[in-house]
Write a protein that binds this ligand. Sequence first.
Ligand SMILES: [Zn+2]
Length: 259
Amino acid sequence: MSKRAEKLRKERRILQARVKGIDADLAELVAEKEKADETIAAKRDRLDDDPTPARRDELKKEIDKLLVVRKEAKARIHELRPRLEKAQRRLKKIARKLRNLASPKFVDLHFDRSAVRGLVRQGTIYGSVGHYTAGPLDDDDSEAFELWRRYDAAHKAQGWSCLGYNVGVTRDGTIVRLRGVEYVGAHTLNYNTGRVGISVHGTTGDTWAGVVQRRALRKLLKKYGLTSKPLIGHWQAPGQSTACPGDFLKGYTSKGKTQ
Ligand SMILES: [Zn+2]
């Protein structure tokens, strides 16, 4: 665990205890206020029942006392609620920060590379090409894997050996081995040899999910020794007539060098 994550977890523990404490205090105060409300109402009813003057004075005094109790409870509730909300907001922020600090996972979807006699091994790697899939975005990793399996079937139906992309990045930040970087991919016309095709689910108008996915992309580039090599969007490769990767282009090119 990194020092930063450790520090955040410690702060989270403190805040969770604080939230628990405030919650308990608030529940008690709300109950106290409600009880005061009820008792005040009951005593006022009794006043209306016209008891003796001595009893009326007594009741009035009791009601005054309860009004003070209620006022104090209300003031305290008013004071505690913003504190609770502040701690809850910070907890949400910490959860997000911790998610972003988590290391991206690597998953191999094991596409049928035994049936890839036609696949050529990559020689020198010159760089990578970013793609979208002109389809839906994934909501979670299992959906992402399912989508790539579908694209694999579609690419096979086209007569290819397996999914044309070499690797992918899910929106949850998982790095996925598809065809694998060691084989020449089938993703960019006349531009596959020595280029790693990176796939992200989505189509025109969709945008990158943000920090988690971008961090996974950076990690992917590092893992495969691509960081210092050019990373371009599909349409930026010579001779392409495609809009791919649409608005994802920024996600691809901003973290790598463009040609
Ligand atoms: Zn493409």
